[in-house]
Design a protein around this ligand. Structure first.
Ligand code: SAM
Length: 227
C-alpha cells in the first residue's frame, strides 16, 4: 500500500499539474470548467488569473482558509513520511523528490489561500459534496475530478462512483477523471464495473494515457461524454 489514510488528504495541485493530468488544450482552458473535489488546488486561482472560468466545489469549503491551512499542515509531514518509506510507488519526474513535492504542495496551498479569501462564498468556490451537485444541466463545458474518484475506492462504493459520475455528466457535457488507481497503487476495483455500466447506459468512455505520473502507474485519465 502506498498511502494509508482514513480520510481524503487536503492536498492541492497546480494549473500545470491539471494541464498534464487532464491533457487540457487551449480550447478546454477557454470553456466553463467545474473542478469537483477541488480541495486546496491552485488551478482555479491560476486559470482565473489567466482569463479562464472555473468553479471549484469541495466540502472543504465549509472551512475558513485558516482552518484549511491547519488541516493541511497537520497532514503534510505524515504524508511525505509515507512517501519516503515507499520509494517504489513514486515517479520523480514532475516533482524531483519528496522534499520538492513538499515544497510544491506548500506553494500551491499558499496560492490557493490567497485566492480563496476573496473567492470564498462566490460561485468560484462552492461548498458541496458528491454525489449531488448544486448546478443545473449543462452549466459547464467540462468537469474535472482529480485525486478523489477512484483514488479513494476503499472509502467510497461502486454505487457512489456511478451516482457521482452520472451527476457530473448532467452538469457538464464532458467529464475527465484522474488517476484511475486507488491509494494502494493498483487500478481501482470500481473502474471496470463502473465503465461497463456507463457504456450500457450509452455514455462514451475512453481511458487515455497522460503526461503526468507521480504515483507509479497513475498516468491514465478516464474521459466520459454523454450520449
Ligand atoms: C486529495 S484532494 C484533491 C484536491 C484536488 N482535486 C487536487 O487534485 O489538487 C481530495 C479532495 O476530495 C474532497 N472530497 C471528499 N469527499 C468529497 C465528496 N463527497 N465530494 C466532493 N469532494 C470530496 C476532499 O475534501 C479533498 O479536498
Amino acid at each position: 500500500m502506498s498511502i494509508r489514510l482514513d480520510q481524503t488528504v487536503p492536498f492541492g495541485r497546480s494549473l500545470r499539474e491539471y494541464e498534464l493530468m487532464f491533457s487540457l488544450s487551449a480550447v478546454d482552458r477557454r470553456g466553463r470548467i467545474l473542478d469537483c473535489a477541488a480541495g486546496p488546488a491552485s488551478f482555479n486561482a491560476e486559470l482565473t488569473a489567466a482569463g479562464g472560468t472555473v468553479c471549484s466545489l469541495d466540502p472543504l469549503y465549509q472551512f475558513t482558509g485558516v482552518e484549511i491551512q491547519r488541516q493541511f499542515t497537520a497532514t503534510l509531514d505524515h504524508v511525505i513520511a509515507q512517501v519516503r518509506t515507499t520509494p517504489q510507488h513514486w515517479v520523480w519526474s514532475h516533482h524531483r523528490s519528496p522534499d520538492d513535492l513538499r515544497r510544491n504542495r506548500i506553494t500551491v496551498m499558499e496560492h490557493f489561500l490567497s485566492d480563496y479569501r476573496n473567492g470564498r462564498g462566490t460561485c468560484r468556490y462552492v461548498c458541496g459534496s458528491l454525489p449531488t451537485l448544486p448546478f443545473v444541466r449543462d452549466q459547464f463545458d467540462l468537469a474535472l475530478s482529480s485525486h478523489f474518484l477512484f483514488l479513494y475506492s476503499d472509502h467510497f462504493t461502486e454505487a457512489f462512483h456511478l451516482e457521482a459520475i452520472r451527476t457530473l455528466l448532467q452538469v457538464a457535457r464532458e467529464v475527465r477523471i484522474f488517476p484511475l488507481i486507488a491509494l494502494r497503487a493498483e487500478r481501482s476495483q470500481h473502474l471496470n464495473p463502473v465503465c461497463t455500466q456507463l457504456r450500457r447506459e450509452g455514455y462514451t468512455l475512453s481511458i487515455e494515457r497522460v503526461e503526468y505520473e507521480l504515483q507509479r502507474g497513475g498516468n491514465e485519465m478516464l474521459r466520459l461524454r454523454r450520449p
